[in-house]
Design a binder for this molecule. Structure first.
Ligand code: NAP
Length: 321
């Protein structure tokens, strides 16, 4: 194994996809930034001073603090909670969130899948097939008759909103700041959230995990929805108080839920969400991006940074995401 020196080429350390994925990362970056050395996260031959960049998913706590010349930490995913939970994280190093084109496309596809599943009552169809029971029924409404509200109109929420609108849904959004996005109203604040939820048939969670968003979807706020409304959560599991969600499904206040993310992942086999007849539970699969697409995004940021540009999609500690 070559030993890098502080004066040698910049090193990008990778911890995403397991050690077997390293050749694919090296190929992808080699084609884009041939001057960069791409090495695995715990390669014992790495000189810490030579590490300029790190691309990580769930980095081992304490490791990122060992590189004195680290310039940028890249999250291999859109969320950064798996990085900032490390108390030793060097505060001086910017963290860039993954915002590849493919991530936005795939999350938006998943949200449409979830909204259509709730609209057409896919859980009922799955139950009928499992019981080999012919169960002919009509949907309560069509997409143009269905109001979808997206909590979190950022990179992913905006893409999902456009795709849902393309399917005919009536789409509104909610975020930290009120604005109009492509003609769609985005409101902000708890009062507006109450008003929005009162006219929502399907609520979509695409919020990051922050102290402000944790537990937002609780019994108190679920009661703001019209009875029988649906929920699609593809942001973070911490958004939802699971016991409150289960109670609302049992009482009929919620008609169904499509959940891709959970407070504890992997969701344990004993979790009620696996078995509830009104829940479609998936294994944090909404968003994905190929290594090539993620490498292209990271390489673009590194090249821009070298030209003195400030990276977009920076984690901002003050706002928590
Ligand atoms: P983003 O571009 O940063 O957007 C976040 C949005 O959330 C912004 O619109 C922001 O509002 C809003 N927001 C943040 N804190 C808020 C608060 N306290 N109250 C109201 N709105 C708030 O993030 P993104 O790229 O869209 O990703 C969103 C999340 O999706 C990620 O953090 C990640 O956890 C999750 N994710 C999940 C998957 C999956 O496979 N399930 C894949 C990728 C990402 P403003 O615009 O007004 O600031």
């Amino acid at each position: 194994m070559n030993r890098s020196t502080a004066a040698g080429p910049d090193i990008l350390l990778v911890k995403s996809g397991g050690p077997a994925s390293l050749p694919e990362w090296q190929d992808a970056f080699g084609a884009l930034l041939p001057g960069l050395r791409v090495l695995w996260w715990d390669d014992a031959a790495v000189v810490p001073e030579a590490v300029a960049y790190a691309l990580v998913w769930e980095p081992t706590p304490g490791r990122l603090a060992q590189f004195p010349n680290l310039r940028i930490i890249f999250s291999s995913a859109a969320g950064v909670d798996h990085i900032v939970s490390d108390p030793t994280l060097p505060a001086r190093v910017p963290i860039v969130r993954m915002a590849s084109e493919e991530t936005a496309q795939t999350v938006a596809e998943f949200v449409c899948l979830g909204a259509l599943a709730l609209l057409r009552d896919l859980p009922r169809m799955i139950a009928a097939q499992a019981a080999r029971r012919w169960d002919s029924f009509d949907a309560a409404r069509t997409a143009p008759q269905t109001r979808v509200s997206i909590l979190g109109m950022g990179n992913l929420g905006t893409r999902a909103a456009r795709m849902l609108r393309g399917l005919g849904f009536q789409v509104s959004g909610w975020g930290r700041t009120a604005r109009i996005v492509d003609g769609m109203a985005v409101t902000a604040g708890d009062d507006e959230l109450a008003r929005l939820m009162a006219r929502t048939d399907i609520l979509v969670g695409l919020l990051p995990d922050t102290p402000m968003t944790r537990g937002l979807i609780c019994a108190h706020r679920i009661a703001w929805l019209p009875a029988g409304a649906g929920l699609v959560n593809a942001g973070r599991g911490s958004l939802v108080v699971m016991d409150d969600l289960l109670a609302a499904l049992d009482s009929g206040q919620l008609g169904g839920a499509v959940l891709d993310v959970f407070e504890a992942e992997p969701l344990p086999p004993s979790a009620p969400a696996w078995r509830h007849p009104r829940i479609l539970a998936t294994s944090h699969v909404a968003g994905f991006a190929s290594r090539r697409a993620r490498a292209a995004y990271v390489a673009g940021v590194i090249a821009g940074f070298a030209r003195g540009e400030r990276p977009a999609h920076l984690y901002q500690p003050a706002r928590g995401y």
